[in-house]
Ligand binder design. Sequence first.
Ligand SMILES: [Zn+2]
Length: 203
Amino acid sequence: MAKEKKALTLRIIGDPVLHQIAKPVEKIDDSLVDLAQEMLNMMYKSNGIGLAAPQAGVSLRMFVLDIEPPEDEEGHPLPVNSPGEIQLLPQMPLAFINPEVTPIGTEESDYDEGCLSVPKLYATVRRPAKVMLKATLLDGREICIECGGLLARAIQHENDHLDGVVFVQKLEDEPLDSIKKGLDKILKKNGKSNYKLKRLNKA
Ligand SMILES: [Zn+2]
């Protein structure tokens, strides 16, 4: 008899599943492949480029990405510099299982991030510009590759979700102030007004 499958729903900041450490994936089976596909569907529906399993209400260490290779305004491909962008972008969409992300070097970059779990709010986050990504892909391939550009940015954002961290927790005072009203609105609308934002790197 077929098991009744519960539809996944996009989780919004304040939902407990977004604020806990996700569990490692133990094996790649059909249900994991299905989950990755459902996550992609959810992501495309909201025009996102990345989604982590906790955002779909599943506390597992997996995220999906679909990042287009960069182009100029006339549609000509722009050069990418990191081995990760060169190898992975043409293969997207991809699911990354049990990822380990380690910053490389000391260079940092600023970028306006958004998150499907914090709808329509964008703010500047400073992060390492390059990271080493170690992960397993859905077909069982193991990768360990240096990533830069938007790919490095997205990997760090999604990997944070697996550790229960939403990007707004990483904001400096000014960018946080700029979205504070919008954030309160989202929390109120979703019945999470008692959620207390725990800021990181702050005393
Ligand atoms: Zn996010």
